[in-house]
Design a protein around this ligand. Structure first.
Ligand code: HQG
Length: 179
């Protein structure tokens, strides 16, 4: 299948598995899962038919592995704005993690640290390249370093999503190194 179609399906899945399941009459379970048959039926009923083969293709080739299939269920691996408990265990981060943002957010980040905004967690990357791509979604990227080792020493908790995104509740300013 062509790439543009896969991107379109991925965006459709993100929208309904992370943000607005009710838009197509879906209810996620408390951990964010929904039956694959239920999802495909709901999409078809809302004029966005997806075949099972297409779904499997998108899950397999998705650049960020955004979706996970387990048995006959699917969920987004991170990035939700609806209330779900992904049940991710706490994990030991590398000493430094990175966050990509843009210059216009820096004054506020300097004052209040990183906040999850509309999502459940602050999203951090293990490498600068990924953080640069995340920041570039909003303009010229600025990459901040996060002293994850110091946060751990102070008892703050990290999780890692199924697709390798580091998550934490917030990052107070003292753990940030801004350019
Ligand atoms: C900024 C994509 C002002 C923060 C990406 C960011 C990622 C503040 C924006 C994932 C702030 C929130 C998440 C503060 C944070 N004052 N601005 N105190 N604290 N911000 O989209 O990290 O494609 O919720 O810097 O690849 O950009 O969806 O977070 O600019 O992994 O799978 O507020 O989304 O993944 O934006 O991106 P977001 P994010 P997907």
């Amino acid at each position: 299948p062509d790439d543009r179609r896969a991107v379109k399906v991925s965006k459709y899945l993100s929208k309904h598995l992370r943000h607005q399941p009710e838009r197509i009459g879906l209810t996620l379970d408390p951990h964010g899962w929904v039956g694959i048959d239920t999802l495909l039926r709901a999409a078809a009923a809302h004029r966005f038919p997806i075949t099972r083969a297409e779904l499997d293709h998108v899950v397999a080739v998705n650049d960020k592995r955004r979706f996970a299939i387990e048995g006959d269920r699917i969920r987004a691996s991170q990035g939700h704005t609806v209330a779900v408990d992904l049940g991710l265990p706490a994990a030991e981060p590398p000493a430094y993690l990175y966050h990509g943002t843009v210059a216009r957010s820096l004054d506020s980040i300097r004052a209040e640290g990183l906040r999850p905004m509309a999502r459940h967690h602050v999203h951090l990357s293990a490498d600068r390249e990924t953080a640069t791509r995340v920041g570039a979604r909003r303009g010229r990227p600025v990459v901040l370093s996060v002293d994850a080792a110091a946060m751990r020493r102070d008892g703050l908790v990290f999780h890692i999503s199924a697709n390798g995104v580091w998550l934490t509740d917030s990052v107070p300013p003292k753990y940030l190194r801004l350019p």
